[in-house]
Design a protein. Structure first.
Length: 701
């Protein structure tokens, strides 16, 4: 930035003349708006003080860099000088990256739902009072002129400016109602521990069965989202019946049908691997083309677990290809992973991924193109704006049978054709990548890599998980706290519950691959911070820390899942597991108290709390923890044997006899001249078991 420009900024600020202040941002999303004629401000003390000083309402626009409709509204409205002039005259305009400030996004998404009685989304457009930042009007995308029953944005903001000037008393009354709602929202009724039962779990299964799409998998109609937390919940509920005389096969079918159609459909990148955000149609054919790290972090281990259950190579291929894509296209040199890939390139959604008939004919010879026509359904009419977006209609086994050709030969030809298409695609203008390294999302991926590496028996994938965890640990701030964002452009905000809960969960999964006492001790530190900094008086964990000095309209304390699993649910699960492993009553009491606080919400809206229901089940019927001690080679053999079956509530820790600095609960489980194992269920542990056969028998009993 030039000296002249810095002096200009200082002069204009001293005169209370707002300018676009996004040029110095590290957020790719905010930088996308740095040259808008709108006088955008970041959410900071200076912008909030400006709104108070000028008594102007705040126009808060929340989005993220890969958001397609954010781009559309930017092009139609925020780049328009006439619209910008109206915004600049009547509002203090604040642009917010929801990935940097998910706390504010949660608050104002909730107020959108409160005001309009329907869910929000992105871009989120909220108008706030200048003093207390209470919303008095909200919406999402608005077109530049009236369309589809929506007002034009320029007309809307002029009307809102007039409303703010003329209806101060109504705005104040509504604001008091919103504050009262938030106050009542925090006063949850506690459920005694002896009243906790499986009623919400049974209700959730009934709802999900009713919403399930028998033909294409997934839940409901278009647009269709993956809902990985719900799929994980169903898979774990199936596992509870797997050894019964009549296992609940429908639950397994619901998961496999969904994952099959997603991976064979357009939600999955058939050429490179990895999943897009959601499908705009019921059959998973045409996606919204953005690729999010958190979606892939949650879906990859689900496919690995389905491979573990079924042995189908197809699921293993999905896992391997998706991880290869992440490492090749999304990994930072410090081993962490970037946040998103945009849906658009060259201003067109999906342009990077789709194919014209002419392109396909120019790349592939006649025979290979004919084979791909049968595999990917590219013989008929184009399915996306005059182009083909690939999806499978016949798998390799069917093609081999239909053509009387060895399966391996068919697979090799398809792989070669995909490589040729990928080479052409790689020469296109790529979608913009958001290079933020978000701790919570990376922790989700570290967990997924640990699970996948264990199931696929891949030392490389397990190593990626460990390296990622150590990368997160290396980014601790000077006080040893996690940060929201890793790297040199880290946002200074104190980390949220998600960062701590997801990292703790990733550690507990990684320790089941290779024991590392230092990681265990770090896990204890994280658990202690969760209780000290986030625990609410009546139970559960706030989204923000007690030591966070910023005063917000509302301090979120939520238990439901959204695109991410509930941070509360993950924290409770980890405190239960770590509490049983180490015999720590403080962890167990905090987990139980959180369940008491959240039970009525689970019971009222069970399908929205899939992650928490999974934890409730584990609280009511604790899983088994196998603690193996002995020489490394022996205990690894025992560990690998126990981990072959899908048993989601089972934890296996192989601790070599040379491990030092173990907590008392683990050091007391002594080894002998030969390997031994202890089986703990809740607070009860068995005597030492000296042979593998007896140990395996404990797994299914």
């Amino acid at each position: 930035m030039s000296i002249c420009y810095q002096l200009f900024q200082k002069h204009t600020r001293s005169l209370h003349m707002p300018i676009n202040r996004l040029q110095d941002s590290s957020s790719p999303y905010l930088l996308q708006h740095a040259n808008d004629p709108v006088h955008w401000q970041p959410w900071d003390a200076e912008a909030l003080a400006l709104a108070r000083a000028q008594n102007k309402p705040i126009l808060l626009s929340i989005g993220y860099s890969a958001c397609h409709w954010c781009h559309v509204m930017a092009h139609e409205s925020f780049s328009d000088k006439n619209t910008a002039a109206i915004m600049n005259e009547h509002f203090v305009n604040i642009k917010l990256d929801r990935e940097e400030r998910p706390d504010l996004d949660k608050i104002y998404q909730l107020t959108h739902q409160l005001l309009l009685q329907r869910p929000g989304g992105w871009p989120l457009t909220v108008f706030l009072t200048p003093d207390q930042h209470i919303p008095f009007f909200a919406g999402t995308y608005f077109p530049p002129e009236p369309r589809h029953g929506m007002p034009g944005f320029p007309e809307l903001i002029q009307r809102i400016a007039q409303y703010f000037q003329n209806e101060g008393e109504s705005i104040q009354t509504q604001g008091e109602q919103i504050k009262n709602f938030f106050n009542s929202f925090d006063q949850r009724e506690l459920t005694p521990s002896n009243k906790l039962d499986k009623t919400p779990i049974i209700k959730a299964l009934t709802v999900l069965r009713g919403q399930f799409d028998q033909q294409f998998g997934g839940f409901g109609g278009a647009p269709k989202f993956p809902f990985p937390s719900s799929l994980e919940f169903l898979l774990q509920q199936w596992a509870l019946t797997a050894y019964d005389e009549e296992p609940d096969r429908q639950l397994l079918f619901m998961v496999s049908q969904t994952l099959q159609h997603m991976a064979r459909g357009g939600l999955y990148d058939q050429i490179r691997g990895g999943f897009y955000r959601y499908s705009v149609d019921q059959a998973w054919m045409i996606p919204h083309f953005e690729k999010m790290l958190y979606d892939n972090a949650q879906l990859i281990p689900l496919y690995a677990q389905l491979f573990q259950i079924s042995g189908e190579p197809f699921y293993r291929e999905i896992v391997s290809n998706s991880i290869e894509w992440l490492v090749a296209d999304m990994q930072h040199p410090n081993r962490a992973f970037y946040a998103t890939l945009d849906a658009d390139s060259e201003g067109v959604e999906g342009k990077f991924y789709v194919w014209s008939r002419e392109e396909l004919e120019s790349v592939l010879d006649f025979d290979d193109l004919h084979l791909l026509e049968q595999h990917y359904n590219i013989a008929g009419s184009a399915n996306f704006e005059g182009h083909y977006h690939l999806h499978q209609i016949a798998d390799v086994a069917a093609l081999a049978e239909n053509t009387n050709t060895p399966r391996e030969q068919i697979q090799n030809r398809i792989n070669l054709s995909k490589q040729q298409l990928l080479e052409v695609r790689n020469r296109r203008v790529r979608p913009q990548r958001d290079n933020k390294l978000l701790t919570a999302w990376n922790a989700l991926l570290a967990r997924g890599l640990s699970i996948s590496g264990r199931i696929l028996e891949s030392e490389n994938i397990k190593h990626q998980a460990f390296a990622l965890l150590h990368s997160i640990k290396s980014e601790l701030d000077q006080h040893g706290n996690l940060r929201v964002q890793m790297g040199e452009h880290s946002h200074p905000k104190h980390a949220f519950i998600d960062e701590y809960a997801f990292t703790l969960d990733a550690i507990l999964e990684a320790l089941q691959n290779n024991w590392d006492t230092d990681l265990l001790l770090w896990a204890c530190d994280l658990a202690d911070v969760i209780i000290k900094e986030y625990q609410a008086e009546n139970g559960g964990f706030y989204y923000t820390a007690h030591s966070d000095e910023e005063t917000l309209l509302y301090r979120p304390l939520t238990f439901s899942d959204d695109a991410l699993p509930s941070g509360n649910a993950v924290a409770i699960k980890c405190l239960l597991r770590l509490g049983y492993l180490l015999g720590n009553p403080d962890y167990l009491q905090a987990a139980e108290k959180a369940l008491n606080c959240s039970y009525l919400e689970m019971d009222k809206s069970p399908q929205a709390h899939a992650s928490l229901l999974t934890v409730l089940d584990e609280y009511l019927e604790p899983g088994k923890q196998f603690i193996i001690r002995g020489e490394s080679a022996d205990i690894d053999n025992w560990k690998n044997s126990l981990q072959k079956l899908y048993s989601p509530k089972t934890l296996v820790f192989a601790i070599p006899n040379h491990a030092e600095n173990l907590p008392d609960a683990l050091s007391s489980k002594v080894f002998r001249e030969i390997s031994v194992a202890y089986v703990c269920e809740g607070t009860m542990c068995s005597a030492a078991i000296h042979d593998l056969e007896s140990l395996i028998a404990q797994l299914v009993n």
